[in-house]
Every structure is written in structure tokens, then in C-alpha cells.
Design a protein around this ligand. Structure first.
Ligand SMILES: Nc1ncnc2c1ncn2[C@@H]1O[C@H](COP(=O)(O)OP(=O)(O)OP(=O)(O)O)[C@@H](O)[C@H]1O
Length: 286
């Protein structure tokens, strides 16, 4: 198991409204090494909250009120030379277990920063807007690699990641504004990929892409060696790419299972309604 989220509960403080927003309640999902795991839900169901809570990047108003997110990695400062967790940090008081997993939700910020990108990378919504217009895309990818893997050959990793995502290596010399929206989205994914994380959390990657760019991006995501937690309201995208699915509704996981089983024979009325709407629009498996 690469990631096991147990009973994650998140609230947003809203001083100007009556009571907090219950964004996630007891949400549990688990992701295996190498698989593509889809998180499906309508707008406002809590998908982005789950994605951001994992990497410690909730909005200031967001608060984790309970749960664990056991992840198969230990911050480098807490490991011995052979990569196993140091005996003195494995205890009931620390978020590290002897089996080499760490509770991301209980990890001090500095240690979480050491795992971010290097082990778990979030590609946020509208990520393409996050590129700095002043630098070439290659420079930005190389900088990300150097920050997280100082000993790696950043140039080679940048070129490999770009070509892996169907962009010519020469595009590394381009500034973001000369790339299309789909190309920019793939550059941001390449940046994450170049850091070689075990898990990529990708939030609504197809928003704003045309059909060709969208299909291409989904193919790329499905073929990565890294595990992908693919967050989307786009059932068609998840039906095409996800090995397994969790369906979120009003901050609760209403259903999980292999994609074909969940969509073929939904256990919850909510999933059935999403599936029927998708079929009515012509959706089907290959
Ligand atoms: N900073 C915030 N303050 C207050 N409420 C928030 C905040 N961020 C999100 N929420 C609320 O938390 C709930 C879950 O939001 P979230 O963004 O996780 O949903 P989502 O499924 O990702 O939606 P979308 O697909 O529209 O991005 C929603 O009711 C939303 O209004």
C-alpha cells in the first residue's frame, strides 16, 4: 500500500457564517503503488480539500479535525543510512511507524516539505498558470529537481520528463507564453515527474483543454510508473484512466472499488445518478 487515508475530517472556519463548513467527514481511500486511483465527485464534494490536506497545503481557514494519511515513505531526516526509520523516532508520539510509513497529517511542516515533490507531488487545479513567465520551462523544471534532489542530473531529468510527456526536449528553451494550454499543463506534470515522486496527486488536469489535448494528457497520466491520485468531476476521464475509484458526495466517500465495478453496478444512488447522466451523454467503456 502506498497511501492509506483513514477517516479524514476537515472543516473550514467561516467566521462570517453560522458554523464551520464540513468539507470532509471520515473520508477513507487507499492507493496502491503504481495504480491510477480516481477521486470522483461533483463540485464542492471535497475533492480538492482531500488532495491539498495530503500535502499540507489547505487554505488558512482549513483545519484537519481527525484522521490519518499513512504514506509509504519517511522524511530523510528520520531515516538511517539504509533508508529505514530511525529507532529513536518510531514511537507512539511520532507520526512514523516501524514499517516505514508516515502519517502525513501529523508531520511537522519542515518534514512534510522534505517529502513534497520528492515523494508526493500535487499538481493543483489550473497548474499551468503557476509557471513563471520570466523563465524558460526547462529552467523551472531543473530548479524544481535541484531543490528536491541536489545530486541528480537536473538537465537530463528535465529533458527525459518533457519527452516522456510528448514534448520535444528542445521545448525546454521555450518560455511558457509560447506554449499552448495543453502543453503548459504537460510542462507542469513534467516538473512533478522530473522530481520522481511515488505519488502524483493531480487535481482536475483536463480543465480548459480541447478534446485532443485532454485525451493525450489522460493517456500520459495512465501510462506513468508513479501512482496517480486523479481528482476530477469528469466521469468520462476517470472511466478511461482509473484502475479504482472513490466517489465523494457532500464530503463523504459513498463508494470505492474497481472502476468497472463501481460504474457498472453502483452501490450508491449518488454514483448511479452520476453514471446515468454520463451514459445519457453517450458515455461507455471501450
Ligand atoms: N477556504 C474555504 N473556506 C470556506 N469553505 C471552503 C473553503 N475552501 C473550500 N470550501 C468549501 O468546502 C467544500 C469542499 O470544497 P472543495 O474545493 O474541496 O470541493 P471540490 O469537490 O474540489 O470542488 P470543485 O470541483 O468545485 O473544486 C465546499 O463546500 C467549499 O465551498
Amino acid at each position: 500500500m502506498l497511501l492509506r487515508v483513514d477517516s479524514l475530517t476537515v472543516r473550514y472556519r467561516t467566521p462570517d457564517r453560522n458554523g464551520d463548513v464540513r468539507a470532509l467527514t471520515d473520508a477513507s481511500v487507499s492507493v496502491e503503488h503504481g495504480e491510477t486511483y480516481g477521486l470522483l465527485g461533483e463540485s464542492g464534494s471535497g475533492k480538492t480539500t482531500l488532495a491539498r490536506a495530503l500535502v499540507g497545503l489547505l487554505d488558512d481557514a482549513g483545519e484537519v479535525r481527525g484522521g490519518h494519511a499513512w504514506f509509504d515513505a519517511v522524511p530523510p531526516a528520520w531515516t538511517d543510512a539504509d533508508g529505514t526509520p530511525r529507532a529513536d523516532v518510531v514511537s507512539d508520539d511520532t507520526p512514523v511507524r516501524a514499517d516505514g510509513t508516515t502519517d502525513l497529517l501529523a508531520l511537522p511542516d519542515a518534514h512534510l516539505r522534505d517529502l513534497r515533490w520528492a515523494e508526493i507531488a500535487l499538481v493543483p487545479q489550473r497548474a499551468m498558470g503557476a509557471l513563471d513567465p520570466a523563465y524558460t520551462v526547462g529552467a523551472q523544471i531543473r530548479e524544481a529537481v535541484r531543490r528536491h534532489h541536489p545530486d541528480a542530473d537536473a538537465g537530463r531529468r528535465a529533458r527525459d520528463a518533457l519527452t516522456r510527456l510528448g514534448l520535444r526536449a528542445a521545448r525546454a528553451e521555450d518560455h511558457p507564453h509560447v506554449l499552448s494550454g495543453g502543453e503548459r499543463q504537460r510542462v507542469v506534470l513534467a516538473m512533478a515527474l522530473a522530481c520522481d515522486p511515488a505519488l502524483l496527486v493531480v487535481d482536475e488536469p483536463t480543465t480548459g483543454l480541447d478534446a485532443v489535448a485532454r485525451d493525450r494528457l489522460l493517456d500520459d497520466l495512465a501510462s506513468l510508473d508513479a501512482a496517480v491520485l486523479l481528482v476530477s468531476h469528469d466521469l468520462a476521464a476517470l472511466a478511461e484512466t482509473a484502475d479504482r475509484l472513490a466517489v465523494l458526495h457532500d464530503g463523504r466517500v459513498v463508494e470505492t472499488g474497481p472502476t468497472e465495478a463501481v460504474l457498472g453496478d453502483p452501490a450508491s444512488d449518488h454514483t448511479a445518478a452520476l453514471r446515468d447522466a454520463w451514459r445519457a451523454g453517450g458515455g461507455a467503456w471501450d
